[in-house]
Structure formats: C-alpha cells, structure tokens
Design a protein around this ligand. Structure first.
Ligand code: SF4
Ligand code: SF4
Length: 232
C-alpha cells in the first residue's frame, strides 16, 4: 500500500501521512469544519480539504484505502521509515485526522508507538507537524512521543503554555490580504501578552520560501500558537 504523499504547503521533499480523508472516519464530529459533524451547517466555512478532494478524483479513493485498512497503513509507514527520516519535513494529517486512542486496537497502538520512536530524532529537531483537533488526541499522541499541535476549535485556554496550539482568524468574506493582516495582528496581540505566536506565512502565499519545512513553526516546541488566516 502506498502511504506517503506530498502537500501543497510543503517544501521540496516534504512528505505527508494521511490516515483518512477530510471529514473522514477519524475526524472528530466536534470539529466545527467537519461536514458530518453536529456543529457544521450548510453555508458555513467547511473543512479546507473539501476543495482539493473534489478537484483530484484519485485523492479520495487513495485516502479511503488508508481509512479502511488502518493497520496496513501503519505497517506501511514503518516500511518507509528511512524515507521519512531523510525528509526535510513530515506532516501528519494534511487531510483528515488520526484516531482517538479508543478507536485503536492494541496492534495499532503498538505500531503508532514504533512510528513515534522511529521519528524521535525528527520530532526533537522540530521537523514533524502532527495537528490534532481534540484534547484527548493531544494527550494520547503526546504520550507516544509525538509533539502534537491542538486546533483551538477545541474549547480551551489559549494562554495555557503546556499545550501547543493553532487557531484560525479572519473571515472568508474578506480578501486574503485582510485575513493575513488579521493573523499578523492576532499573533502580535498574543506576543504582547507573553505567548509565543507565529502567523502562518504559507497560507495565501505563492513564494517557494514560505513553505512548511522552510518555516518550521508548527513542529517547534518553542512556539505556543500558530495563527492561520482562514482558508479553504
Ligand atoms: S479535523 Fe481537520 S480534516 Fe477533519 S474535518 Fe476538521 S478541519 Fe477537516
Ligand atoms: S506555520 Fe509554518 S510550519 Fe506551520 S503550516 Fe504554516 S508554513 Fe507550515
């Protein structure tokens, strides 16, 4: 099974590992962007993965294979560990999410532990981005040795320094320049209050230097908060 892919925001050589599609089996229904979720309503901004998933016809079947054969997918990650260890940047869940601990059997939990162990040097060097959307996932994947980053769509204290976080600001009704300005302003507001916050430079940029891997903020244990301009 082919398990690795690339992603638009990634620098040359960056690799992505996706366990399911956006709004897929492992995305929490509490995520406000999940089109199968209890809080999502037609007409609201939906998951940023919807556009590419509609545009590239082979993408959803590729992601569905991982979702339906999670154990094989995890074995597949271990089989390409040498490639992941050499990559300048590894992004988990550029589409979808990884499961809650309760959704995993003991074999799958053991495989995830081995994956975290294999990537320890990259995680310590701040070259791995592992976004999660629930506090439960944050604590579970952290206990395995990953450095997850929690989306602030999960209700929680933005100032808690023990949890590495990301939030989204701005309105889709505004032009991207205004959304980027809103992200810069939010990051500055947080910086002024002692939170180490970084506005994501990749969203809305065509620059090859503004890419994940060139920017390593999401994988850094020193960055408390990433501020994304809203995008789809
Ligand atoms: S968890 Fe992420 S990928 Fe899944 S629905 Fe929410 S925003 Fe989309
Ligand atoms: S803040 Fe940096 S690492 Fe995070 S998504 Fe944006 S470009 Fe990538």
């Amino acid at each position: 099974m082919s398990v690795i892919s690339t992603f638009g925001k990634g620098c040359k050589g960056a690799l992505a590992l996706n366990a399911c599609k956006g709004s897929g089996a492992f995305c929490a229904v509490s995520c406000p962007f999940n089109i199968n979720g209890a809080v999502w309503e037609e007409g609201q901004p939906c998951c940023y993965t919807e556009g590419p998933q509609k545009m590239y016809k082979n993408l959803v079947p590729f992601l569905d294979r991982h979702e339906k054969n999670l154990t094989m997918f995890l074995y597949g990650i271990l089989s390409v560990m040498d490639k992941l260890q050499k990559a300048p940047w590894v992004r988990f869940s550029s589409f979808g999410s990884f499961p809650e601990q309760e959704e995993l059997d003991s074999t799958q939990q053991g495989l995830l532990q081995q994956i975290a162990k294999g990537l320890q040097a990259q995680i310590a060097a701040g070259k791995v981005h592992f976004p999660v959307e629930t506090l439960g996932k944050y604590h579970y994947y952290k206990s395995l040795g990953f450095l997850p980053r929690l989306s602030l769509a999960t209700a929680m204290d933005p100032y808690d320094p023990w949890i590495k976080k990301a939030c989204v600001v701005g309105s889709l009704k505004d032009p991207m320049t205004a959304r980027k300005e809103a992200a810069r302003a939010k990051a500055k507001e947080l910086n002024d209050q002692g939170v180490i916050a970084v506005p994501c430079p990749a969203v809305g940029s065509k620059s090859k230097t503004m890419k994940c891997g060139k920017c390593t903020a999401c994988g850094s244990s020193k960055v408390d908060m990433i501020v994304y301009p809203i995008h789809v």
